[in-house]
Ligand binder design. Structure first.
Ligand code: ADP
Ligand code: GN1
Ligand code: MG
Length: 368
């Protein structure tokens, strides 16, 4: 899992927090594309205790205090109802995040024991539980006190603006890569109209802004080792105002897909209908009462939109020189874009079957 060496200043960062004992070990952890995550173990009189340190990516998160304020509010609210949920550990000075002399931002979470994340769904039960958990999270946040959360990345899931950014990247072509990705650019251009569908519904008042997670990748939910039930929803950097369909769509993208998002062979990517059915069932079980008819009717479309949007973002990053998503090999973002677009195509080809799945779960008419 390791992606980097332990930074030499981790011990100094750790000193800012009231750890339960001296550090016994520290190692890079997880497979995220954005932040740097470290698992730190400390020795205590009663045995080992573990923590998760994260260095927040400031290139992407421009206003870390606003982001951390969101996380502190959301974790406090959720923990009142889910004792095992993600818990921030404040610094010795009582701050929710630590700023080093060099200007880096670090935060600390208690390690959630007895649970793990998965990179791929392998059973319908897992898909159902992940969707139920994210849906429950959504439902818990309906009555979050304290007013609107901060927009930590403006227009994060504004698919029209993601499309326009791709178009600009193509025109600027700073890396001279556009000629090599004509087919992908054409694929995106042919689907431009999709980018406005949810935004138009929002403008017409048929969709409602809610507090959403906005990064409901399957590896952002921790499942209990023994029961397989959700232990905690994690990775709250993008918790902010959004559409519930973005949350559902990203689950479809990552949990109802046949292979990893970066498989270099896009022919291996397709939508997995039994997992899609499990996601619909799980999400409706917990969030069904919160969702309106338009939301429920667009569950299938949301999967296509999020795969499309994420493909647009990967393709844009490829054209711009891989400045946003961490890459592990040359062409990594292009592989990711191609494989996302293969998923879009597969969802288009399976639209009728998906419509029937939602209708069966819903017993109402769905649109796609
Ligand atoms: P990123 O934004 O880079 O994806 P995450 O917050 O998702 O970062 O953390 C990366 C990985 O670290 C997760 O997929 C999970 O496996 C692990 N992780 C994160 N927070 C915790 C925690 N509190 N307890 C246990 N594991 C965690
Ligand atoms: C990033 O941080 P991580 O790996 O959970 C990204 C998501 C993308 C995802 C694609 C803040 O998520 O929006 O969908 O990669 N997070 C941010 O794998 O941009
Ligand atoms: Mg993550």
């Amino acid at each position: 899992m390791s992606v980097a060496a332990v930074p030499p200043d981790l011990a100094a960062v750790a000193a800012a927090f009231p750890l339960a004992g001296p550090i016994a070990s520290a190692a890079p952890y997880g497979n995220g594309h954005i932040n740097e995550t470290y698992l730190v173990s400390v020795a205590t009189a009663s045995g080992e205790r573990r923590y998760v340190f994260q260095k927040i990516n400031q290139r992407i998160f421009k206003n870390v205090p606003a982001l951390m304020e969101n996380i502190a509010r959301v974790t406090a609210h959720v923990r009142a109802q889910q004792p095992r949920a993600l818990a921030l550990v404040s610094t010795r000075a009582g701050e929710i995040v630590h700023r080093t002399a060099a200007g880096e931002w670090w935060r600390l979470y208690d390690f959630i024991e007895g649970a793990h994340t998965v990179e791929r769904v392998t059973t319908e039960a897992q898909a159902r539980e992940a969707a139920r958990a994210f849906g429950e999270y959504q439902a818990l946040l309906v009555d979050l006190p304290g007013g609107r959360l901060n927009d930590t990345i403006p227009n994060f899931h504004h698919t029209r603006s993601r499309f326009d950014t791709l178009r600009r990247a193509v025109n600027e072509d700073t890396q001279g890569r556009a000629a090599g990705v004509r087919a992908e650019i054409d694929f995106a251009t042919a689907r431009e109209a999709d980018t406005d569908v949810l935004l138009d519904l929002l403008a017409r008042g048929e969709l409602t802004e809610r507090v959403t997670h906005n990064d409901t990748k399957i590896n952002n939910v921790m499942l209990d080792e023994v029961t397989g039930r959700c232990a905690a929803v994690i990775d709250l950097d993008t918790v902010m105002p959004g559409l519930s369909l973005y949350d559902f769509g990203d689950m479809v993208r990552t949990a109802a897909s046949s292979t990893a998002e970066d498989n270099p062979d896009p022919t291996q990517m397709h939508v997995v209908l039994p997992y899609f059915r499990a996601l619909v069932d799980g999400y409706l079980e917990s969030a069904g009462a919160v969702l309106n008819a338009t939301e429920r009717a667009h569950l299938g479309f949301a999967g296509k939109l999020l795969a499309f949007e994420t493909g647009l973002r990967f393709l844009t990053d490829h054209l711009q020189g891989d400045v946003y998503f961490r890459i592990h090999r040359p062409g990594h973002n292009l592989d990711r874009a191609r494989t996302q677009f293969a998923l879009v195509k597969s969802i288009e080809d399976n639209a009728e079957a998906m419509r029937r799945i939602v209708a069966a779960a819903e017993k109402t008419t769905t649109v796609f």
